[in-house]
Design a protein around this ligand. Structure first.
Ligand code: PMP
Length: 393
């Protein structure tokens, strides 16, 4: 059978995280490995009411085929939210996608030829690496630090790279939780300005800020070159698979063709239910609730880390989002730690899959959004025990 597969798919590995999540399914294991929103915050009753109301009022229409671009009133709501944040984006520049993940796939389809270079953050979102690998991209990694992208490394890479696409998650990055400072964003924008390169600002976590100040979007700094991706997965529910892509008109026309060929349109029923939910409920108030819970969970994790981890282990304190990034002492492998931690029934994601090439790294990702505070305490205590055993001898 193998000889029947396309070159395109043969070189793409299955997601390493999916494999880890299988191991972490054991109910006795405390898992910081997932990347899930907290299910206790899903607005179950309000979504049920929106669905019932729609069936009663508009039952036939909500079950029909619809337009590729997406439900216009939903796109209008997205445009209005950008306006509230000071960004002028018209409805014609917004395409509703099957999660923001589909936005990445469509961009790969429309922009990448085999062997084309893509600049990507290191560490970077595994789902973006996988999406562009399917289009046989060649990656140029640029490290990110606590304050954002390494500008010297970016300048150096741009000297030799002919990448036409650069991928970033500037707010509460997956996996590292870091955010680019305003100064760093301006420096990145200066490097890219007037070059033939498009910048993807993937922003699924931007609304989930529990401390610090809101930062400027690349869309404001580099309006003609920025493609913004958004998602309802972390602010409402992920199962609807509703996200969006904003792009200039010429690119949008091509994205619409690619989407037509792929799936005709995003699930219209879910778009209608979500739109109704947003009409009848205060999304900002709902997001405030999420922020309060995640901010607390992050704080509980941080306090436990301070108490339980050896002092040679450091971490980045995120201002929002769902992840906390840990760095072990130089030379210590997080993958080896993972195997030992499983014996203590605690799991996390070792850093390796977030890097395009490097392996055996000393970094790891902890998710705090989907674990209850008392379980976070216990899990970090167990992880601290393993770390002390390894480092105190
Ligand atoms: N981008 C980033 C940075 C993510 O972390 C995720 C979810 N893990 C996605 C995109 C995809 O999200 P969705 O397709 O649910 O919108």
């Amino acid at each position: 059978m193998n000889e029947l597969f396309s070159n395109r798919i043969s070189g793409v590995a299955p997601s390493f995280i999916r494999e880890i999540l299988k191991v972490a399914m054991d109910p006795e294991i405390i898992s910081f490995a997932g990347g899930l929103p907290n299910r206790d915050l899903f607005p179950v009753q309000a979504l049920q009411k929106a669905t019932n109301d729609l069936f009663n009022e508009d039952g036939k229409d909500i079950l029909q085929y619809s337009s590729t671009e997406g439900y216009l009133p939903l796109r209008e709501m997205i445009a209005a939210d950008y306006k509230r944040k000071g960004l002028q984006i018209s409805v014609d520049e917004i395409l509703i996608t099957n999660g923001s993940q589909q936005g990445l796939d469509l961009l790969g389809k429309v922009l990448l030829n085999e062997g084309d270079q893509v600049l990507i953050e290191e560490p970077g979102y595994l789902g973006a690496i996988q999406a562009f690998e399917v289009y046989s991209a060649v990656f140029n990694s640029v490290p990110v630090h606590q304050d954002g992208m390494d500008i010297d490394a970016l300048k150096e890479t741009l000297k030799t790279s002919n990448a036409k696409l650069m991928y970033t998650v500037p707010n509460f990055q997956n996996p590292s939780g870091i955010s680019y400072t305003d100064e760093n964003r301006r420096a990145v924008a200066d490097c890219l300005l007037n070059k033939k390169i498009l910048l993807i600002e993937d922003n699924p976590y931007g609304d989930l800020r529990f401390s610090g100040e809101e930062k400027q979007s690349f869309k404001a700094l580099l309006p003609d070159q920025t493609i913004l991706l958004g998602s309802f997965s972390k602010t409402v529910v992920p199962s609807f698979r509703l996200g969006w892509i904003t792009a200039p008109k010429a690119l949008m026309d091509k994205l619409v063709i690619a989407k037509q060929a792929g799936d005709l349109h995003t699930n219209y029923f879910c778009q209608r239910v979500l739109h109704r939910f947003l009409q009848d409920n205060d999304l900002q108030a709902h997001i405030k609730k999420i922020i309060a819970v995640y901010g607390h969970q992050k704080q509980v994790m941080e306090n436990a880390i301070k108490r339980c981890f050896p002092e040679q282990v450091s971490y980045i304190n995120p201002e929002g989002g769902m992840f906390l990034w840990v760095t072990l002492p130089e030379g210590m492998s997080a993958t080896e730690l993972f195997d030992k931690a499983l014996k203590y029934k605690v799991a996390f994601v070792p850093g390796d899959p977030f890097y395009v090439e490097k392996r055996g790294l000393n970094t790891l990702r902890l998710n705090f959004s989907s674990v209850d505070p008392d379980i976070i305490e216990e899990g970090i205590k167990r992880l601290g025990k393993v770390l002390h055993e390894l480092l105190d001898n």
